[in-house]
Design a protein around this ligand. Structure first.
Ligand code: HEC
Length: 161
């Protein structure tokens, strides 16, 4: 009888233990995601492909913002291709690649295409795109949200004329 009990109890304990480990891990990874950005923009401890891509996306979005502000240009097909690379880029935390994550990526690419064909109010289109970044970040990686929001253009006449 004693043997039976151990045989049943050990797997149960292992089960509970791994559940605990799993939930702790989750917390940790979320924390890493937000901390990384605040501590240093360049993390020497090996950045994921997705993190590097995001950083480039951010810098390029900043350039596009300037083009739109000065009425010198718009989002490019090249930039949209960059956004599409999110689908394949490997993240720090592989668990983020859920169907929900894919859906957010798709919404953002659609918003980028809308801006690409928008000649009337690029500032508004650009801000909608920035909102798509923020939406996914609220769900998966809240750390850089304040930084991303700063990309937004003042919502007035800028894109017009
Ligand atoms: C589909 C979800 C999603 C969308 C959309 C998204 N991000 Fe991210 N972003 C993430 C995730 C997840 C990470 C964490 C990457 C990692 O650590 O592997 C991240 C990381 C970042 C980082 C931090 C990179 C670093 O230095 O470690 C920045 C900055 C960033 N994103 C900016 C943007 C901008 C700008 C946009 C819109 C043009 C955007 N993101 C759209 C999910 C998203």
């Amino acid at each position: 009888m004693k043997d039976m009990n151990t045989k049943i109890l050990i797997p149960i304990f292992i089960g509970i233990f791994s559940l605990l480990l799993f939930s702790c891990n989750n917390e940790e990874e979320k924390a890493t995601c937000s901390a990384d950005v605040k501590v240093s923009p360049i993390n020497p401890n090996g950045d994921s492909e997705l993190a590097l891509l995001m950083r480039k996306m951010y810098d390029d979005a900043d350039s596009i913002k300037k083009l739109i502000t000065n009425n010198e240009g718009n989002i490019t097909e090249e930039y949209i291709k960059e956004l599409e690379r999110i689908h394949t880029a490997i993240p720090t935390d592989k668990k983020v690649k859920t169907p929900e994550f894919e859906a957010y990526t798709k919404l953002m690419v659609e918003e980028a295409n809308a801006l690409f064909s928008n000649e009337t109010n690029k500032a508004e289109g650009f801000n909608s795109l920035v909102n798509r970044c923020v939406e996914c970040h609220q769900r998966f990686c809240p750390g850089p949200i304040d930084k991303i929001k700063k990309l937004s253009l003042p919502n007035s006449s800028e894109g017009g004329a």
